[in-house]
Design a protein around this ligand. Structure first.
Ligand code: PLP
Length: 430
């Protein structure tokens, strides 16, 4: 595989951009090799600067649920561009998308648009603190909520991949208000609540975490959290930046029938443009400025191009339930194929799947939290990643990520991926 142009660009980039990339996992540090510089993407494929083609299983880390460069989204963006790129003033599209989000996501009665998932989670915690008058919040080990200071403690995703789940630069003062708990363990939450009674503003979690690899909630776990938060006056926040509009049109909260007080959203909500949002109960959201005293703002928030892309995407998902049927089918077929190959080869690696999100862990242990996720063999994953890449399949460059499937994956492509898996897994076990 010729990747000489990617190599040249990476060398050049390192002179001007820290680590040569604008987000750490893109540097391929955890899997070795040179990151690929992507020129364009279409449907199920990515194309690098050297003209190589790859089948996509990350889809821009989630947003491209319909595949890349979907004509419907592209046309909406072009049409919006013709009317100007930013106004810094309210628009009709913002009202329309807010109404749509409220109708789709069970917990959301009012919503504020921001520019990233990071902004959404930072703002949601501030609002929960303002609303409750309390300072502390509970976060789960291995969950990732963007790079806000108070979340960079036992953080998943790139932080976990880089081996820096606790970042320098986060002050002790900030860290002391973040209480950590293991995922899927209600007893641990009861203990934290008991030790900090009346001081906890919020409990934030990825209801179905994808940032330590995909893990699923134990039966009754999310409802258990709901009950504790209701009893203790703690604002329950589901971070659905990954799962929102993906696991169901109303996200994990719809799928599991548990309604949080607040929800953070991103990725799909912008149709590939930089967008995030946070919303929740009216009573809580009324605390946000200018209705209430909790300040939060943004020069480009509600940007008309981003709103056009997001609105088109959400309208489509809202009116085409068959998208979810197909996504579930794709996830099932692909992981069945991979699992069958593994079985034939006598390998019992763990595969966690929910809908169109899955992770293949290089361990045969059950993976249900941060501690168990860390048991996966990252060296083997790195080899597997490279073997798949050389066969034209682009995976997330880390063991501690979920893959995100799109409707652009045909049955034929699924078979191609399974074949690539078979020869890759054989190669790395030679
Ligand atoms: N929350 C979750 C669950 C995420 O997965 C991410 C990013 O992957 C974020 C928040 C942060 O979003 P962003 O990268 O848009 O800031």
């Amino acid at each position: 595989m010729n990747i000489s142009e990617s190599k040249r660009l990476f060398n050049e980039a390192q002179n001007f951009i820290p680590g040569g990339v604008n987000s750490p996992v893109r540097a391929f540090k955890a899997v070795g090799g040179n990151p690929l510089f992507i020129k364009k993407a279409n449907g199920a494929y990515l194309y690098d600067e050297d003209g190589n083609q790859y089948i996509e299983l990350i889809n821009s880390w989630g947003p491209m649920i319909l595949g890349h460069n979907h004509p419907m989204i592209r046309e909406a963006v072009i049409k919006a561009m013709e009317e100007g790129t930013s106004f810094g003033a309210p628009t009709a599209k913002e009202v329309e998308i807010a109404e749509l989000i409220v109708s789709m996501v069970p917990s959301v009665e009012k919503v504020r648009m921001v520019n990233s998932g990071t902004e959404a989670t930072m703002s949601a915690i501030r609002v929960a603190r303002g609303y409750t008058g309390r300072d502390k919040f509970i976060k789960m080990e291995g969950h990732y909520h963007g790079h806000g200071d108070s979340f960079l403690i036992a953080a998943g995703s790139g932080a976990m991949t880089m081996g820096d789940p606790d970042s320098p630069g986060v002050t002790k003062g900030t860290a002391k208000d973040t209480l950590l708990a293991p995922y899927n363990n209600l007893e641990a939450i009861e203990k934290l609540v008991e030790a900090n009674r009346g001081e906890i503003a919020a409990l934030i979690l990825e209801p179905v975490p994808g940032n330590m690899g995909l893990c699923l909630p134990n039966e009754g776990y999310l409802q258990g959290l709901r009950d504790i938060c209701t009893r203790e006056g703690i604002v329950l926040i589901f971070d659905e930046v990954m799962t929102g509009f993906r696991l169901a049109k109303g996200g994990a909260q719809e799928l599991f029938g548990v309604t949080p007080d607040m929800t953070t959203l991103g990725k799909i909500i912008g149709g590939g443009m930089p967008v995030g949002a946070y919303g929740g109960k009216k009573e809580i959201m009324e605390f946000v400025s200018p209705s209430g005293p909790v300040y939060q703002a943004g020069t480009l928030s509600g940007n008309p191009i981003a709103m056009a892309a997001g609105l088109t995407m959400l309208n489509h998902l809202n009116s085409h339930p068959e998208v979810y049927t197909r996504l579930n089918e794709i996830g099932q077929k692909l992981t069945d194929g991979i699992g069958k190959v593994n079985q034939e080869l006598g390998l019992d690696y763990t595969i966690n799947l929910l809908g169109s999100m899955y992770s293949l862990f290089f361990t045969n242990e059950e993976i249900h939290d941060f501690e168990t996720a860390k048991k996966a063999n990252t060296g083997m994953f790195g080899k597997y990643f490279q073997a798949m890449l050389h066969r034209g399949v682009y995976l997330a460059p880390s063991q501690f990520e979920s893959l995100f499937l799109s409707t652009a994956l045909t049955d034929e492509l699924i078979e191609t991926i399974v074949t690539a898996h078979k020869s890759s897994i054989q190669e790395i076990h030679k």
